[in-house]
Design a protein around this ligand. Structure first.
Ligand code: ZN
Length: 153
């Protein structure tokens, strides 16, 4: 009897991951029929709640709390940036009109848009996307600056 390695509740995480991706695909394919997307998202949140796992903030932020719709800008949501006391990103759900507000942070991209969060994808022997860590860029810049300094002195 050995302990199984890996994430606790790994099967639950896998299932939630699948349901989220299925919701996204169903929304992209049937832009007017939102019922399937709502069903997937509702199932995902119910499973997560019952099993006591926490959804990632980036996932949570793309779900409408009121009508369980996946908020994809351009399809099921309107995304606007407004400035009051500070810059805000406002998502408006096109299913029910609920608004979600987040503080705009230019340094923090959503995980999906962050290139450093991506792994290599090799499709048919061709590398589709390379991981680009921001640290490498910074290091390169420093080195370049150093070279400039060396040239000056
Ligand atoms: Zn909604």
């Amino acid at each position: 009897m050995g302990k199984t390695k890996g994430l606790p509740f790994e099967d639950v995480h896998n299932r939630c991951n699948f349901l989220y991706q299925a919701a996204k695909e169903s929304l992209k394919r049937h832009k007017t029929d939102l019922s399937l997307c709502r069903f997937y998202i509702n199932t995902m949140t119910v499973i997560a709640r019952r099993q006591g796992i926490r959804l990632h903030p980036d996932i949570k932020r793309t779900i409408c709390k009121r009508c369980c719709l996946l908020l994809l800008p351009g399809i099921s949501a309107i995304c606007r940036v407004k400035k009051k006391h500070q810059k805000l990103v406002i998502f408006t759900c096109l299913g029910c009109g609920t608004m979600k507000r987040f503080i705009y942070n230019k340094d923090k991209l959503p995980t999906i848009d962050d290139p450093s969060a991506w792994l290599d994808f090799i499709i048919d022997g061709e590398q589709v996307r390379q991981p680009q860590t921001p640290q490498e860029g910074k290091r390169g810049d420093k080195k370049a600056n150093k070279d400039v300094k060396d040239m000056k002195s």
